[in-house]
Design a protein around this ligand. Sequence first.
Ligand SMILES: [Zn+2]
Length: 135
Amino acid sequence: MMSVLMPQELRRQILEEARLAHPAECCGLLEGAREGGRFRIAALYPARNLSSDPHRFEIDPRDRIAAQRRARERAAAVIGCYHSHPDGRAMPSIADRAGAGEDDFLWLIAGGEVLNAFVYSRGVFTGADWVTSSA
Ligand SMILES: [Zn+2]
């Protein structure tokens, strides 16, 4: 079973970025640590979306490199990404399936006020549960 622990403040930040980016998609990277099936998110790195297609996102590779460097400095790692779906569907799209590559990578997808978590591995997105307590 996979689960995700993230401060409410970061959840609000992603939903706000999604509102501001609308009708395009917002995107960014997630810093944290993975312990077995649990993803613990500690920070967000908003990124530029290079895609000209409003139904896709493409994280600027410079932003990815900068996020990886800062995460390493904090003894953490980039463990996932987030983006929004302006049509309100908080589920992986066909474009997401085509664009996903890294195994055991966390994907947060915002649609309206909903934020869902998925883990991509070997061609499949699997839903992950939110955990509200660090216990
Ligand atoms: Zn998507």
